[in-house]
Write a protein that binds this ligand. Structure first.
Ligand code: FES
Length: 105
């Protein structure tokens, strides 16, 4: 795994999300009562920006057409076969990092 710096944790207030690009991949990073979580930021339906979705009860709702995903697993709430990639977020000092699969040159 590769640890990639995202930025200051303070830039994501509790209950909100922010979009980042890490290793060429768009991520939606969420600040929740359970900690920081990261999903693939582009919705599996048509690429909607999950970081701009409504967050409620551990679920994000895509702002484009309403698909919903569990923040802790990336699983679609209705379709078992659909899920967003899920990444571990680490808080060190006041900085957030995401653990990404190592890139292959
Ligand atoms: S793009 Fe997310 S629900 Fe359609």
């Amino acid at each position: 795994m590769e640890k990639v710096l995202l930025g200051l944790a303070a830039d994501i207030p509790l209950g909100t999300a922010r979009e980042f690009v890490a290793n060429g991949r768009v991520l939606a990073v969420f600040a929740t009562n359970s900690g920081y979580m990261a999903l693939d930021g582009l919705c599996a339906h048509a690429g909607g920006p999950l970081a701009k979705g409504k967050i409620q009860g551990g679920v994000v709702t895509c702002p484009w057409h309403g698909w919903q995903y569990e923040l802790s697993t990336g699983r679609h709430c209705l379709s078992a076969g659909v899920s967003q990639a899920c990444f571990t977020v680490v808080l060190e000092e006041d900085q957030l990092y995401v653990l990404m699969p190592a890139t292959v040159d």
